[in-house]
Design a protein around this ligand. Sequence first.
Ligand SMILES: NC(=O)c1ccc[n+]([C@@H]2O[C@H](COP(=O)([O-])OP(=O)(O)OC[C@H]3O[C@@H](n4cnc5c(N)ncnc54)[C@H](O)[C@@H]3O)[C@@H](O)[C@H]2O)c1
Length: 407
Amino acid sequence: MFVNVIGLGYIGLPTALMMASHGVEVVGTDYNEKVVERLNSGHTTFSEEGLDELFQNAVRAGIRFSTSYEKTDMYIVSVPTPYDEETKQVDATYVVAAVRNVLQVCHKGAVVVIESTISPGTIDRYVRPEVEKAGFKVGADIHLVHAPERIIPGNMIYELLHNNRTIGADNREVGERVKQYYASFCQGEIVVTDIRTAEMTKVVENTFRAVNIAFANELARICRHDNMDVYEIIRICNMHPRVNILQPGPGVGGHCIPVDPWFLVGDYPELTNVIGASMRTNASQPAFILERIQDIMKQKGITDFGQVGLYGLTYKEDVDDVRESPTAQLLSLKVNGATPQFKTFDPFVERDIAQNQYHDFDRFLADVKMIVIMVKHHHIREDWSRISDKVIFDCQNICPLEGVFHI
Ligand SMILES: NC(=O)c1ccc[n+]([C@@H]2O[C@H](COP(=O)([O-])OP(=O)(O)OC[C@H]3O[C@@H](n4cnc5c(N)ncnc54)[C@H](O)[C@@H]3O)[C@@H](O)[C@H]2O)c1
């Protein structure tokens, strides 16, 4: 078993490390030299519980990191798949570029697994033609597989080991072969199906999440409009045996939920009324939060955005991933043509990525009158007395103090 994992980001790196730690010979490839240098110097590239230990295990087992592609039995492509801003369709440019490079080095019989999230039909439309263009025959010389990933940052290592997985292949035998690689570490059930079903299931899973979050966010807006307590209402509704409403929040972030459902809207614009409306609802949630901030400032006589501190820059709690985060979305909005000069702080984000960003919590607190809890990091829950003298707008419904404002 010899595998080349292409793309060593949030998904590719833990996957490569996991396989290497479980008896598979692995070389990890990334075209970003800095990523490869850092890994080769013995350091991981992002923080995640259990990642460093897994990394050490994989290094002891002989994993290598390189900027070149190598001749192996199987390739796992785990590169970004954004959506095209205009058409909303999947942007397969990174996948196509990686597959082209693989085809330059691979031997006949190799299996190319696309792990990146892609919309149904992407392999047919973009990947099969590349294989044929390179002079190979799909199914005879090169086998194509889609094995989408479900893990969540913050619990990646546990989920890699325990989640169920889907493998889509043109023929059962190839699907079963790829299943053996994943079964080297995955203790969950691994379902083998066809490629288009595998493509669609992953996108549908994230769409399910997006639609349900949008429903909760919309309820929050209705309740705010007529001064009802959305949390109490959801709590009571969820006592119904067949109702399970999610919690509203300041928006959705990360690389999956604000992105993948757009693929369906882009491909099936006439058939995605609920999905499209949900995506727009979630995308406009930071604007709703900004309005709410202004209302609370007015009520409390705070006139300067500089006296308001946004707590949390990441897209979810207890991780350092800031991609598409609701706070970043909020910070891009304008009031009367100008960007509000909020102060910002996140215990997980060491580099400077936002305006007026503090790296010391006490100094941040000393400079603000109002704090907006955007992210429910464990850090803020450790000691509420630290913020008890502030005006608190809690977008996560976690603060037990009296007089807190909610969504
Ligand atoms: N992050 C998540 O939580 C998550 C969860 C499930 C699925 N996914 C999906 O997994 C895929 C990868 O996401 P990610 O979060 O790991 O992205 P990422 O941006 O963290 O990592 C991608 C890596 O690929 C490298 N890369 C890009 N093109 C390359 C090429 N041609 N050759 C070599 N390296 C290349 C980049 O340098 C980068 O290091 C996406 O399709 C995403 O939707 C992500």
